[in-house]
Design a protein. Structure first.
Ligand code: 2P0
Length: 322
C-alpha cells in the first residue's frame, strides 16, 4: 500500500453504437454490445489516497465535497478486489468546458478505477480496469481505451469488458460537440434506460438492430467507408431516442436547438458535405466528420450557434497515471 496520492486521467467517450439497457443491473451487464470514440478534449483527473484515520471515503468533485453513495459502493468493490481495507480521500476534477454538459460518468469511473487500484499498490491490466470501471458506470467500460473501443456485452463479470479497435482509416475523424442550452437533465441515463427496457414495445427490435449495427459499422470501418459509418451511427442514435419516445412514461432529451442542429447537419449533407450526428442522454448534438471538412461545417453551424458552443475534439488516449 502506498502512502501518497496517486492521480489518473481518463477521457470521456461518445458512443456511435449505443448502450441503452442492462440485462444485469447489479453487475452492469449491457443488453447489447456498443462502440465508441474516446475524445481528447474532455477528461477527468482523479487522485486517490488511502488514509488509515478515515472512517468513510471522502469525495471532492471540482473542489467541493460531495456525498455520493455510488462512489462509496464502487470503492467497496475496489477494496474487495485489491484486498485492502482503508478508506480513501478522492479528489476528482472534470476538464470539460463549463456547462458543456459533457462531463460524464465514463471518464469519472475510468479514472477512479486506475487511481484507486494503483494507490492500493496494484497493477491492473487495461482489461481488468475495464471490467472494474464497468461496475461504476457502463460507459466507463469503454473509456479505459483510447480511440475506438468496443464493449463486449458478456454474460458475467469476467466476460463483460471493452477492447480497443484498431482499424486503419484515412478519415482523421473529428467530433464537433454542439452545446445546446438546457435545464439540468430531465431523466438520468440509469433511470431512462431501465424504463425503456421495462416498457418499450420496441425493445426486442432494438437489441436485434443494435447488434446488426455493431457488426455493420465495424465492416464500414474495415472498408474505410465513411458514409456507411456515419449513416449507421446516426440511425443507431435515432433508434435509441425512438425507444425513449415509446416508453411508459415517455421522455426525450431533445431541445428545440437539438432539432436545429440535426437539420443543419442534414442540410450540409444535402449540399454534398459528408457529416453525421449522434446524441446521448442530453440535448447536445455531436457531429462526426473528417478533418478536411471541419472548417466548412463549422462555418455553417456558426449561423445557428456561437463559436464557444462548438467544441471540436479528435480521438483521445488510453487511461493513464499522471
Ligand atoms: C452510451 N449512454 O453508450 C449511452 C448512450 C448515453 C447514451 O452510457 O447506468 O452513465 O451508469 O451504466 O453509462 C450513459 O449511461 O449509465 C450511456 P450507467 P451510463 O454511451
Amino acid at each position: 500500500m502506498q502512502n501518497s496520492a496517486v492521480t489518473a486521467r481518463a477521457h470521456t467517450n461518445i458512443a456511435l453504437i449505443k448502450y441503452w439497457g442492462k440485462k444485469d443491473q447489479q453487475l452492469i451487464l449491457p443488453m447489447n454490445g456498443s462502440l465508441s470514440l474516446t475524445l481528447d478534449k474532455f477528461y477527468t483527473d482523479t487522485s486517490v489516497e488511502y488514509l488509515p484515520n478515515l472512517n468513510a471515503d471522502v469525495f471532492y468533485l471540482n473542489g467541493t465535497e460531495v456525498a455520493d453513495p455510488k462512489i462509496t459502493r464502487f470503492m467497496d468493490i475496489v477494496r474487495q478486489k485489491t484486498r485492502s481495507s482503508n478508506y480513501a480521500l478522492i479528489k476528482s476534477t472534470n476538464h470539460v468546458p463549463t456547462a458543456a454538459g459533457l462531463a460524464s460518468s465514463a471518464s469519472a469511473y475510468a479514472a477512479l478505477a486506475l487511481a484507486a487500484t494503483a494507490a492500493a499498490g496494484q497493477n491492473f491490466s487495461l482489461t481488468e480496469l475495464s471490467r472494474l470501471a464497468r461496475r461504476g458506470s457502463g460507459s466507463a467500460t469503454r473509456s479505459i481505451f483510447g480511440g475506438f473501443a468496443e464493449w463486449l456485452p458478456g454474460t458475467d463479470d469476467q466476460s463483460s469488458y471493452a477492447q480497443p479497435l484498431d482499424f486503419q482509416t484515412d478519415w482523421d475523424l473529428r467530433m464537433i460537440a454542439i452545446v445546446v442550452d438546457a435545464l439540468p437533465k430531465k431523466v438520468s441515463s440509469r433511470h431512462g434506460m431501465q424504463t425503456v427496457v421495462e416498457t418499450s414495445p420496441f425493445y426486442p427490435a432494438w437489441i436485434k438492430s443494435a447488434t446488426q449495427d455493431l457488426a455493420a459499422i465495424k465492416q464500414a470501418m474495415q472498408n474505410n467507408d465513411f458514409q456507411r459509418f456515419g449513416e449507421i451511427a446516426e440511425s443507431n442514435a435515432l433508434r435509441m431516442h425512438a425507444l425513449n419516445l415509446s416508453a411508459v412514461p415517455h421522455f426525450n432529451y431533445f431541445e428545440p436547438q437539438s432539432l436545429i442542429a440535426m437539420q443543419a447537419v442534414e442540410n450540409l449533407r444535402a449540399a454534398g458535405i459528408s457529416c453525421y450526428y449522434t446524441m446521448d442522454a442530453g440535448p447536445n448534438v455531436k457531429v462526426i466528420c473528417k478533418n478536411k471538412d471541419l472548417d466548412v461545417i463549422l462555418d455553417k453551424l456558426h449561423h445557428y450557434f456561437p463559436s464557444d458552443h462548438l467544441l471540436v475534439a479528435a480521438a483521445g488516449p488510453n487511461v493513464k497515471l499522471l
